[in-house]
Ligand binder design. Structure first.
Ligand SMILES: Nc1ncnc2c1ncn2[C@@H]1O[C@H](COP(=O)(O)OP(=O)(O)OP(=O)(O)O)[C@@H](O)[C@H]1O
Length: 580
C-alpha cells in the first residue's frame, strides 16, 4: 500500500528565495523582492537557515534565523519526518544542490489524504468479500475496530453497538478466537469454532503485527449453523429418496465415471478436472497422495472414463506381494517354469489387463529389480513371462499410485529415476482430507446414505457436535478413516439419531475421552467379557495404535512395519483385518 502515499517529488515547492550568508547585508532595510515567500540562507557548505521575518528589516538579528534540515529528493515520505523537528520547512536537494523545499503541513495533509484513501480501499474491500463471511478486527486492547456487515448479519450485533467496545463485553473471552490469537499470536486455519453456544463457525484468524509487535487480530468467520441445519434437512430428504434413486440408477446407469468421487472443495474439484482431461488419452498416469485419499477411486474413474467399465481393470498392491513372487505375478509364467508352480502355467496381471488398465498401487514398494522390467513394459510395450522365451506384447494402460515421496526415494537410490519419468507422464496429487475439511459434510452424507441402506437404519438426524468433532479431527487415515467412522456411527445409532458418544475415542473430543496410550485406563470389566467382546476390545486398541502409527509416519507403511519389527505382509494383513 506504499503507493497510496505521494512521493517527495510531488510535494516540493519552489516558491522560495535562497541568499548566501555573505550577501545578507543586501537585504538590510530593504523591502526584498522575495518577501512573502520563505527566505533560506545558505553558507555554501550544505548548511541552511530559514529567516523568520515578514520583512527583512531586522535581518541581521541572528535570533531570526532558524536551523533547517536537508532531505534528499529520493527519500521516502516516512523517512523525512525527523526533518521537521527543527523547522516547519526543509530544503530538498538533488545531487547535493537545492531544488526546493517541503513543508510539514503539506506532508501532514498528504498523509491524511493517503489515510482516507486507504480507509476507502479497506472498507470497500471488506464489504466486497462474501457477505456470508464475518470479518472482525480487534485492536491491541481487545476493542473492536472493524465489524463488517457479514459480522452484523452472523452475530446479530450492529456495527455502531460494538465498534470501539471491548469484544469481551459481547462474547465469552474463552470463546473468542481473535482474543486468543491476540494473546498467543497463533493463527488459526479452517478451525471449527463456537463463538456462542448456539452457533457453529469455521474460522481463520491471524495476529496483526507491526514492527514485530502484535497490534491486533483479525478473524474471518463463516457461519456453519445454517449449513448444518440444511444438512440435517437434506439428510432426511435424501435418505427418503435414496431407494428411488438407486432404482433409477439401475435402470439408467450414470454416464459420469467420476460420480463416486464426492467433494466440492476447490482442491478436489481441481483434481477431478485434471483427471477428466487425463482420461481422454491413454497416457500413463501417476497418482500421488496419502493413504486413504481416494487414489484407487481416481484410478478406477480414469479407467471407466476411457477404457469403459466392461474392459478389464486389474489392480495390484505392490506392497503386498513378496519380492520373489513379483515377476510371476506381473508377467505370469510358462508351464514348468519353477517347482511348485501351476503345471499349466499362469497368466500375469499385465496380460489380464490387456485392452484395459493395470493399476499398480503403492508403486514405491516395487523391488528395484522389478522396476527395470516394468520400465521395459512402459518403453517397449513387451515382456517375457517367467521361464518363457517368447516376447509378449501388451496394450494395457498403466496407472500407478503412491503415498511415498518418489523424488526422495530416487535421491536415496530406492526408486529408479528413469521409471519415475516414464510413470510421471501425467501426474496428479490427491489432497489429504485435512486440507479440504469442507468436504466432510458431503462425504459424511454420502457414507451415511450408503451405510443406512446396507444396515437398514433410517437415520433422521445427526447431533451438531458430531460434526464439530469430525471437523476438529485431523484424519490421518483420510477418507477411508472417515468412511469407517460413519459406518460405525450408523451401526450404533439404533434409534435413528447419530450421537456424539458413538464416535471412536480418538475422534470424540468430549469428556469420555480415553487416552489410547494407556490401555490400563480402559474401564472394562474383564470378568464379564466373553471371547468375542475381548477380541473386539483388543482390535479397538490395536486399531487406535495403528492409526497413531499411520499418522506419525505420514502413511508410510514400510517404515511402520520396520519400526514395529513386523513384516510388511503382516502389517497389511492387520490393516485389512482392522479395516484401515
Ligand atoms: N472423494 C471420495 N468420495 C467418496 N469416497 C471416497 C473418496 N475418496 C476416497 N473414498 C473412499 O475411501 C476409501 C479409500 O479410498 P482408496 O482406496 O481409493 O484410497 P487410496 O488412496 O488408494 O488408499 P491406499 O493408499 O491406502 O491404497 C474407499 O472406500 C473409497 O471409496
Amino acid at each position: 500500500m506504499k503507493h497510496v502515499l505521494p512521493s517527495l517529488e510531488c510535494l516540493i515547492r519552489t516558491d522560495y528565495s535562497m541568499i548566501h550568508l555573505s550577501n545578507l547585508s543586501e537585504l538590510e532595510g530593504a523591502q526584498h523582492e522575495a518577501i512573502g515567500v520563505p527566505i533560506f540562507l545558505e553558507n555554501g557548505q550544505g548548511r541552511y537557515g530559514l529567516l523568520q521575518l515578514e520583512t527583512a528589516s531586522k535581518l541581521l538579528d541572528q535570533s531570526c534565523v532558524m536551523d533547517v534540515a536537508v532531505v534528499n529528493i529520493d527519500d521516502s515520505l516516512q523517512s523525512i519526518t525527523q526533518a521537521f523537528r527543527v523547522a516547519p520547512l526543509a530544503i530538498v536537494e538533488r545531487n547535493g544542490k537545492p531544488v526546493g523545499y517541503i513543508s510539514s503541513s503539506d506532508v501532514i495533509e498528504a498523509t491524511l489524504q493517503a489515510f482516507r484513501h486507504l480507509e476507502a480501499f479497506f472498507s470497500t474491500t471488506l464489504e466486497t468479500l462474501n457477505p456470508d463471511v464475518a470479518i472482525t478486527l480487534i485492536n491491541e486492547e481487545g476493542h473492536v475496530a472493524v465489524w463488517t456487515s457479514g459480522a452484523e448479519h452472523i452475530f446479530s450485533i450492529r456495527r455502531d453497538e460494538i465498534i470501539g467496545k471491548p469484544a469481551s463485553d459481547f462474547f465469552q473471552v474463552d470463546r473468542l478466537q481473535s482474543l486468543r490469537t491476540l494473546k498467543t499470536g497463533e493463527s488459526a486455519h479452517k478451525m471449527q469454532h463456537r463463538p456462542r453456544h448456539d452457533m457453529f463457525v469455521l474460522i481463520n484468524s491471524n495476529p496483526i503485527t507491526l514492527d514485530d509487535q502484535i497490534i491486533g487480530a483479525v478473524a474471518a468467520e463463516s457461519d456453519l449453523t445454517t449449513q448444518m441445519r440444511l444438512h440435517q434437512e437434506l439428510l432426511q430428504m435424501t435418505t427418503k429418496v435414496h431407494h428411488l434413486q438407486k432404482e433409477v440408477a439401475m435402470l439408467s446407469p450414470s454416464s459420469d465415471p467420476f460420480q463416486h468421487i464426492k467433494g466440492t472443495s476447490k482442491t478436489i474439484k481441481n483434481s477431478i478436472d485434471t483427471i477428466r482431461k487425463i482420461s481422454t488419452t491413454k497416457a500413463t498416469v501417476l497418482i500421488q497422495g496419502k493413504s486413504g485419499t481416494g487414489k484407487e477411486l481416481f484410478a478406477k474413474g480414469i479407467h471407466d472414463s476411457r477404457e469403459g467399465s466392461s474392459a478389464p481393470y486389474i489392480a495390484i498392491n505392490c506392497g503386498a506381494i513378496p519380492a520373489a513372487l513379483f515377476e510371476s505375478e506381473l508377467f505370469g509364467y510358462e508351464r514348468g517354469a519353477f517347482s511348485g508352480a501351476d503345471p499349466k502355467g499362469k497368466k500375469g496381471k499385465v496380460e489380464l489387463a490387456s485392452g484395459g488398465t493395470l493399476f499398480l498401487d503403492e508403486i514405491g514398494e516395487m523391488p528395484l529389480e522389478m522396476q527395470v522390467k516394468l520400465l521395459r513394459v512402459l518403453q517397449e510395450r513387451s515382456y517375457f513371462p517367467v521361464g518363457g522365451t517368447q516376447l509378449k506384447r501388451t496394450d494395457c494402460r498403466i496407472i500407478a499410485a503412491t503415498n511415498r515421496n518418489l523424488e526422495q526415494m530416487i535421491a536415496e537410490g530406492s526408486f529408479r529415476e528413469d521409471l519415475y519419468y516414464r510413470l510421471n507422464v501425467v501426474s496428479i496429487e490427491i489432497p489429504s482430507l485435512r486440507e479440504r475439511k469442507e468436504d466432510i459434510y458431503e462425504l459424511t452424507q454420502s457414507f451415511l446414505q450408503e451405510f443406512s441402506l446396507i444396515y437398514g437404519r433410517h437415520i433422521q438426524s445427526i447431533a451438531p457436535d458430531v460434526f464439530e468433532d469430525l471437523l476438529l479431527y485431523d484424519w490421518p487415515g483420510n477418507i477411508r478413516e472417515l468412511r469407517n467412522t460413519i459406518e460405525r456411527l450408523v451401526i450404533f445409532s439404533t434409534d435413528g439419531e447419530i450421537r456424539r458418544e458413538y464416535l471412536p475415542d480418538n475422534i470424540y473430543s468430549g469428556d469420555k475421552h480415553i487416552p489410547v496410550s494407556n490401555p490400563m485406563s480402559y474401564n472394562l470389566d474383564i470378568m464379564k467379557m466373553d471371547g468375542a467382546k475381548f477380541q473386539a476390545e483388543l482390535d479397538k486398541f490395536e486399531r487406535n495404535l495403528l492409526l497413531q502409527a499411520l499418522a506419525s509416519a505420514n502413511g508410510n507403511k514400510l517404515s511402520i512395519a520396520k519400526q514395529l519389527g513386523i513384516s510388511r505382509a503382516t502389517l497389511y494383513n492387520k490393516l485389512k483385518r482392522l479395516n484401515l
